[in-house]
Design a protein around this ligand. Sequence first.
Ligand code: URC
Length: 306
Amino acid sequence: MPTILGQNQYGKAENRVVRITRDGATHHIKDLNVSVALSGDMEDVHHSGSNANVLPTDTTKNTVFAFAKEYGIESAEQFGIHLARHFVTSQEPIHRARIRVEEYAWDRIATSGTHQREHGAHSFVRKGQETRLTQVTYDGERWEVVSGLKDLTVLNSTDSEFHGFVKDRYTTLKETRDRVLATSIAARWRFNWTDDAQPMPDWETSYERTRQHLLQAFAETYSLSLQQTMYRMGAQIIEHREEMDEVRFSLPNSHHFQVDLEPFGLDNDGADGAVYFAADRPYGLIEATILRDGCEALIPADLTNL
Ligand SMILES: O=c1[nH]c(=O)c2[nH]c(=O)[nH]c2[nH]1
């Protein structure tokens, strides 16, 4: 049966490119998800398998990261236009390039006074609301209220190190004195209000203050590990919110790998900042319960069972 090749395109989808520029102590972040789709004279590769016209999808990925470093990311549109023009004008067989860009927006974490100068400059919370959660249980006598949140995404573009860890024959991770620390906070906190005879907490104020403690502790902790930052977040809540006895966290370590651009003659360590590959998986998963001394751990270890 005779067949013909219809519409076709190819490229690398969902390149998670993060560019952090440093304006002295003030950092700026551009966070994009870039998908490249190319089409043109691609009859041969489909019919005979000849790759003579095929610019590898791997190359399109490298181009995204190299362009982010070399030319910066002014806007999603400007970046897309630059890439599309490059593929169509530099490769004869490619007649059409479609670049799709999603941009994730970030706000600076508001901390107080000198902290704002020290940490507000490199601590970010992703725009868009987190999901607020609660679970209320009552047996006719006692109340258990466990509240929390998920998908509160935060990032420190400096003041994070990771070194001095165990090394065995499978360890390849390099020690680092300056890395990006990012996570999407999932947390639950248990109230010690259990009885109608006790004064009821102000749930709205409690939530707002707890959220602020989470953000502040994240921004203000000079981090030697995500475990340490997590503990500080929990401790700050327990220390400041007397209505709670227990906080449980599940924190993905959202790895940002500095891209090796040396093969393209680019120094990705320059004073003008760096380009990172934001990996979505696998991710480190750091979990713990932080308790008021003398209190019992009652929040299930598996947050999804709440
Ligand atoms: O903060 C971290 N904690 C770890 O336990 C760990 N493990 C790892 O590979 N990177 C990191 N980072």
